[in-house]
Design a protein around this ligand. Structure first.
Ligand code: ADP
Ligand code: MG
Ligand code: ZN
Length: 281
Protein backbone atom coordinates (compact mmCIF):
# COMPACT_ATOMS: atom_id res chain seq x y z
CA UNK A 1 0.00 0.00 0.00
CA UNK A 2 1.26 3.48 -0.76
CA UNK A 3 2.62 5.08 2.41
CA UNK A 4 0.24 8.02 2.50
CA UNK A 5 -2.98 6.01 2.27
CA UNK A 6 -4.42 5.76 5.79
CA UNK A 7 -7.40 3.58 4.93
CA UNK A 8 -8.27 1.44 1.97
CA UNK A 9 -11.55 -0.38 1.57
CA UNK A 10 -12.44 -2.45 -1.46
CA UNK A 11 -15.73 -3.97 -2.58
CA UNK A 12 -17.44 -3.92 0.78
CA UNK A 13 -20.88 -5.52 0.81
CA UNK A 14 -23.02 -5.81 3.94
CA UNK A 15 -26.40 -7.52 4.01
CA UNK A 16 -29.06 -7.53 6.73
CA UNK A 17 -30.95 -10.81 6.45
CA UNK A 18 -30.17 -14.28 5.18
CA UNK A 19 -30.19 -13.62 1.43
CA UNK A 20 -31.64 -16.06 -1.07
CA UNK A 21 -30.45 -17.50 -4.39
CA UNK A 22 -32.11 -14.61 -6.23
CA UNK A 23 -30.28 -11.79 -4.50
CA UNK A 24 -27.06 -13.60 -3.62
CA UNK A 25 -26.34 -14.74 -7.14
CA UNK A 26 -27.74 -11.81 -9.05
CA UNK A 27 -27.29 -9.00 -6.56
CA UNK A 28 -26.19 -6.68 -9.32
CA UNK A 29 -28.89 -7.81 -11.74
CA UNK A 30 -31.41 -5.58 -9.93
CA UNK A 31 -34.22 -7.84 -11.17
CA UNK A 32 -35.55 -8.76 -7.76
CA UNK A 33 -34.44 -5.66 -5.95
CA UNK A 34 -36.63 -2.79 -4.76
CA UNK A 35 -33.96 -0.20 -4.09
CA UNK A 36 -31.71 -2.04 -1.59
CA UNK A 37 -34.22 -4.74 -0.64
CA UNK A 38 -34.67 -8.17 -2.18
CA UNK A 39 -38.36 -8.62 -2.95
CA UNK A 40 -38.07 -12.41 -2.67
CA UNK A 41 -36.46 -12.83 0.75
CA UNK A 42 -36.71 -9.32 2.19
CA UNK A 43 -32.99 -9.04 2.88
CA UNK A 44 -31.54 -5.55 2.83
CA UNK A 45 -28.30 -5.04 0.91
CA UNK A 46 -27.36 -2.05 3.03
CA UNK A 47 -23.88 -1.53 1.53
CA UNK A 48 -23.10 -2.74 -1.96
CA UNK A 49 -19.65 -3.03 -3.40
CA UNK A 50 -18.19 0.09 -1.85
CA UNK A 51 -14.54 1.08 -2.18
CA UNK A 52 -12.85 3.98 -0.38
CA UNK A 53 -9.40 5.52 -0.15
CA UNK A 54 -8.57 7.98 2.61
CA UNK A 55 -5.20 9.71 2.73
CA UNK A 56 -3.38 10.43 5.96
CA UNK A 57 -4.72 13.53 7.67
CA UNK A 58 -7.60 13.81 5.23
CA UNK A 59 -11.26 14.22 6.15
CA UNK A 60 -13.50 12.18 3.88
CA UNK A 61 -17.18 13.08 3.92
CA UNK A 62 -19.95 10.55 3.31
CA UNK A 63 -23.35 12.00 2.54
CA UNK A 64 -26.66 10.39 1.62
CA UNK A 65 -30.29 10.28 2.65
CA UNK A 66 -31.52 8.26 5.60
CA UNK A 67 -31.33 4.53 4.80
CA UNK A 68 -28.59 4.89 2.20
CA UNK A 69 -26.22 2.70 4.22
CA UNK A 70 -23.94 5.21 5.94
CA UNK A 71 -24.21 3.77 9.45
CA UNK A 72 -23.86 0.23 8.15
CA UNK A 73 -20.64 1.30 6.40
CA UNK A 74 -19.26 2.92 9.56
CA UNK A 75 -20.10 -0.08 11.73
CA UNK A 76 -18.29 -2.33 9.28
CA UNK A 77 -15.26 -0.01 9.37
CA UNK A 78 -15.28 -0.16 13.17
CA UNK A 79 -15.49 -3.96 12.98
CA UNK A 80 -18.88 -4.12 14.67
CA UNK A 81 -20.31 -6.30 11.93
CA UNK A 82 -19.11 -8.96 9.55
CA UNK A 83 -19.39 -8.13 5.88
CA UNK A 84 -20.51 -10.46 3.12
CA UNK A 85 -17.39 -9.51 1.22
CA UNK A 86 -14.70 -6.87 1.10
CA UNK A 87 -11.11 -6.13 2.05
CA UNK A 88 -9.96 -3.48 4.48
CA UNK A 89 -6.45 -2.19 5.15
CA UNK A 90 -5.15 0.48 7.52
CA UNK A 91 -1.82 2.12 6.72
CA UNK A 92 -0.98 2.12 10.44
CA UNK A 93 -1.57 -1.62 10.83
CA UNK A 94 1.04 -4.14 9.73
CA UNK A 95 2.28 -1.80 7.06
CA UNK A 96 -1.11 -1.78 5.37
CA UNK A 97 -0.62 -5.41 4.34
CA UNK A 98 -3.19 -7.17 6.50
CA UNK A 99 -6.84 -7.46 5.54
CA UNK A 100 -8.46 -6.46 8.82
CA UNK A 101 -11.72 -8.25 8.03
CA UNK A 102 -9.80 -11.50 8.45
CA UNK A 103 -8.00 -10.41 11.64
CA UNK A 104 -8.28 -12.49 14.79
CA UNK A 105 -10.47 -11.43 17.71
CA UNK A 106 -7.42 -10.23 19.59
CA UNK A 107 -6.13 -8.22 16.64
CA UNK A 108 -9.56 -6.66 16.20
CA UNK A 109 -9.60 -5.63 19.84
CA UNK A 110 -6.23 -3.97 19.42
CA UNK A 111 -7.38 -2.17 16.28
CA UNK A 112 -10.60 -0.93 17.90
CA UNK A 113 -8.85 0.20 21.08
CA UNK A 114 -5.74 1.79 19.64
CA UNK A 115 -6.10 2.56 15.96
CA UNK A 116 -9.75 3.56 15.50
CA UNK A 117 -12.05 5.96 17.33
CA UNK A 118 -15.80 5.85 16.78
CA UNK A 119 -18.62 8.25 17.49
CA UNK A 120 -21.91 6.44 16.98
CA UNK A 121 -25.00 8.08 15.59
CA UNK A 122 -26.86 6.41 18.44
CA UNK A 123 -25.12 7.46 21.69
CA UNK A 124 -26.50 4.39 23.43
CA UNK A 125 -24.13 2.28 21.32
CA UNK A 126 -21.12 4.42 22.21
CA UNK A 127 -21.68 5.15 25.89
CA UNK A 128 -22.58 3.30 29.03
CA UNK A 129 -25.38 5.58 30.06
CA UNK A 130 -25.30 4.57 33.73
CA UNK A 131 -21.54 4.90 34.26
CA UNK A 132 -20.11 8.34 34.95
CA UNK A 133 -18.76 10.37 32.04
CA UNK A 134 -15.28 9.97 33.53
CA UNK A 135 -15.64 6.21 33.80
CA UNK A 136 -16.71 6.03 30.17
CA UNK A 137 -13.46 7.64 29.10
CA UNK A 138 -11.33 5.77 31.61
CA UNK A 139 -12.73 2.47 30.36
CA UNK A 140 -11.23 3.18 26.97
CA UNK A 141 -7.84 3.96 28.52
CA UNK A 142 -7.95 0.73 30.52
CA UNK A 143 -8.83 -1.21 27.38
CA UNK A 144 -5.61 0.08 25.86
CA UNK A 145 -3.60 -1.28 28.78
CA UNK A 146 -3.42 1.71 31.12
CA UNK A 147 -3.13 0.71 34.76
CA UNK A 148 -1.95 3.86 36.50
CA UNK A 149 -5.04 5.29 38.18
CA UNK A 150 -3.61 8.75 38.85
CA UNK A 151 -2.43 9.27 35.28
CA UNK A 152 -5.72 7.96 33.92
CA UNK A 153 -7.71 10.34 36.08
CA UNK A 154 -5.54 13.23 34.92
CA UNK A 155 -5.92 12.21 31.27
CA UNK A 156 -9.70 11.77 31.63
CA UNK A 157 -10.08 15.18 33.28
CA UNK A 158 -7.91 16.75 30.57
CA UNK A 159 -9.91 15.18 27.75
CA UNK A 160 -13.26 16.17 29.16
CA UNK A 161 -12.01 19.68 29.81
CA UNK A 162 -10.70 19.88 26.26
CA UNK A 163 -14.12 19.04 24.86
CA UNK A 164 -15.81 21.42 27.30
CA UNK A 165 -17.58 19.02 29.61
CA UNK A 166 -17.62 20.95 32.92
CA UNK A 167 -15.45 19.36 35.60
CA UNK A 168 -18.47 19.40 37.90
CA UNK A 169 -20.22 16.88 35.62
CA UNK A 170 -17.44 14.32 35.20
CA UNK A 171 -18.98 12.11 37.88
CA UNK A 172 -22.47 12.28 36.35
CA UNK A 173 -23.78 9.57 34.00
CA UNK A 174 -24.35 10.54 30.35
CA UNK A 175 -28.05 9.65 30.61
CA UNK A 176 -28.42 12.95 32.50
CA UNK A 177 -26.77 14.87 29.66
CA UNK A 178 -28.11 16.73 26.66
CA UNK A 179 -27.51 15.27 23.21
CA UNK A 180 -24.67 17.70 22.54
CA UNK A 181 -22.95 16.80 25.78
CA UNK A 182 -23.35 13.06 25.09
CA UNK A 183 -21.68 13.54 21.71
CA UNK A 184 -18.84 15.38 23.46
CA UNK A 185 -18.30 12.48 25.84
CA UNK A 186 -18.33 10.11 22.86
CA UNK A 187 -15.69 12.27 21.19
CA UNK A 188 -13.51 12.30 24.32
CA UNK A 189 -13.77 8.52 24.45
CA UNK A 190 -13.04 8.17 20.75
CA UNK A 191 -9.84 10.24 20.93
CA UNK A 192 -8.71 8.95 24.35
CA UNK A 193 -5.97 6.70 22.98
CA UNK A 194 -4.93 9.08 20.19
CA UNK A 195 -6.08 6.80 17.38
CA UNK A 196 -4.79 7.76 13.92
CA UNK A 197 -8.24 7.22 12.39
CA UNK A 198 -11.57 8.64 13.62
CA UNK A 199 -15.02 7.57 12.43
CA UNK A 200 -17.82 10.07 13.09
CA UNK A 201 -21.41 9.08 12.32
CA UNK A 202 -23.87 12.01 12.32
CA UNK A 203 -21.85 13.64 15.09
CA UNK A 204 -23.90 16.85 15.06
CA UNK A 205 -27.29 15.59 13.89
CA UNK A 206 -30.26 16.50 16.05
CA UNK A 207 -28.40 19.20 17.95
CA UNK A 208 -29.45 22.84 18.11
CA UNK A 209 -27.70 24.91 15.45
CA UNK A 210 -25.42 26.71 17.91
CA UNK A 211 -24.45 23.45 19.61
CA UNK A 212 -23.96 21.83 16.22
CA UNK A 213 -21.55 24.59 15.19
CA UNK A 214 -19.50 24.11 18.34
CA UNK A 215 -19.29 20.36 17.90
CA UNK A 216 -18.15 20.83 14.30
CA UNK A 217 -15.52 23.35 15.43
CA UNK A 218 -14.30 20.82 17.93
CA UNK A 219 -13.98 18.18 15.21
CA UNK A 220 -12.03 20.58 12.98
CA UNK A 221 -9.71 21.47 15.83
CA UNK A 222 -8.99 17.83 16.57
CA UNK A 223 -8.04 17.33 12.95
CA UNK A 224 -5.85 20.43 12.88
CA UNK A 225 -4.10 19.72 16.16
CA UNK A 226 -3.43 16.04 15.68
CA UNK A 227 -3.62 15.51 11.92
CA UNK A 228 -6.05 12.67 12.48
CA UNK A 229 -7.55 10.92 9.46
CA UNK A 230 -11.33 11.07 9.59
CA UNK A 231 -14.44 9.74 7.93
CA UNK A 232 -17.36 12.04 8.64
CA UNK A 233 -20.86 10.81 7.86
CA UNK A 234 -23.95 12.98 7.66
CA UNK A 235 -27.25 13.09 5.83
CA UNK A 236 -26.65 16.87 5.79
CA UNK A 237 -24.49 18.06 2.92
CA UNK A 238 -23.88 21.35 4.76
CA UNK A 239 -22.07 19.46 7.53
CA UNK A 240 -19.98 17.43 5.13
CA UNK A 241 -19.10 20.52 3.11
CA UNK A 242 -17.90 22.28 6.23
CA UNK A 243 -15.56 19.48 7.25
CA UNK A 244 -14.44 17.37 4.35
CA UNK A 245 -11.77 17.66 1.68
CA UNK A 246 -13.32 14.94 -0.45
CA UNK A 247 -16.86 13.63 -0.44
CA UNK A 248 -18.63 10.46 -1.51
CA UNK A 249 -22.38 10.40 -2.08
CA UNK A 250 -24.32 7.25 -1.22
CA UNK A 251 -27.71 6.11 -2.43
CA UNK A 252 -29.32 2.73 -1.75
CA UNK A 253 -26.05 1.28 -0.46
CA UNK A 254 -23.93 2.36 -3.40
CA UNK A 255 -21.54 5.21 -4.07
CA UNK A 256 -23.09 7.22 -6.89
CA UNK A 257 -20.65 10.11 -6.95
CA UNK A 258 -17.31 11.07 -5.43
CA UNK A 259 -14.74 13.81 -5.72
CA UNK A 260 -13.28 16.98 -4.24
CA UNK A 261 -16.00 18.50 -2.06
CA UNK A 262 -15.82 21.91 -3.73
CA UNK A 263 -16.12 20.37 -7.18
CA UNK A 264 -19.14 18.33 -6.16
CA UNK A 265 -20.72 21.49 -4.78
CA UNK A 266 -20.03 23.43 -7.97
CA UNK A 267 -20.73 20.79 -10.55
CA UNK A 268 -22.68 17.79 -9.24
CA UNK A 269 -22.99 15.05 -11.86
CA UNK A 270 -25.63 12.65 -10.56
CA UNK A 271 -29.21 13.86 -10.47
CA UNK A 272 -29.52 12.88 -6.81
CA UNK A 273 -26.43 14.93 -5.92
CA UNK A 274 -27.84 17.85 -7.88
CA UNK A 275 -30.97 17.71 -5.73
CA UNK A 276 -28.84 17.66 -2.57
CA UNK A 277 -26.76 20.62 -3.70
CA UNK A 278 -29.78 22.62 -4.88
CA UNK A 279 -31.47 22.12 -1.54
CA UNK A 280 -28.59 24.04 0.08
CA UNK A 281 -28.92 27.07 -2.15
N1 ADP B 1 -29.99 -4.26 11.98
C1 ADP B 1 -30.63 -4.09 10.82
N2 ADP B 1 -31.48 -5.04 10.36
C2 ADP B 1 -32.13 -4.90 9.18
N3 ADP B 1 -32.00 -3.83 8.39
C3 ADP B 1 -31.18 -2.85 8.79
C4 ADP B 1 -30.46 -2.92 10.02
N4 ADP B 1 -29.73 -1.80 10.14
C5 ADP B 1 -29.97 -1.07 9.05
N5 ADP B 1 -30.85 -1.69 8.23
C6 ADP B 1 -31.32 -1.23 6.91
O1 ADP B 1 -30.17 -1.02 6.13
C7 ADP B 1 -30.30 0.13 5.32
C8 ADP B 1 -29.19 1.11 5.63
O2 ADP B 1 -29.38 1.60 6.95
P1 ADP B 1 -28.31 2.55 7.62
O3 ADP B 1 -26.96 1.99 7.41
O4 ADP B 1 -28.75 2.79 9.03
O5 ADP B 1 -28.48 3.88 6.74
P2 ADP B 1 -28.17 5.40 7.09
O6 ADP B 1 -27.20 5.43 8.21
O7 ADP B 1 -27.63 5.96 5.81
O8 ADP B 1 -29.49 6.02 7.47
C9 ADP B 1 -31.69 0.67 5.58
O9 ADP B 1 -32.55 0.16 4.58
C10 ADP B 1 -32.05 0.11 6.95
O10 ADP B 1 -33.42 -0.05 7.08
MG1 MG C 1 -27.18 6.49 9.97
ZN1 ZN D 1 -33.12 -12.45 -1.56
Amino acid sequence: MKYDIALRLDNLTVRHGPGCPCCVESESAVVHMERNRCSRCGSIWAVRNISLRVREGEILGVVGESGSGKTTLMKALYLDSDPVSGTYYLGCYQGGEKNIFTASLQQRKHIRNRLLGMVYQNPHLGLRMHFSAGANVAEKLIAAGNRNVASMMARTAGLLEHIEVPVSRVKEPPRNFSGGMQQRVQIAKAVANNPPVLLLDEVSTGLDLSVQARVLDLVKNIQREFGVTMIVVSHDLAVVRMLSDRTVVMLDGRIIEEGITDQIMEDPQHIYTQTLVNSLL
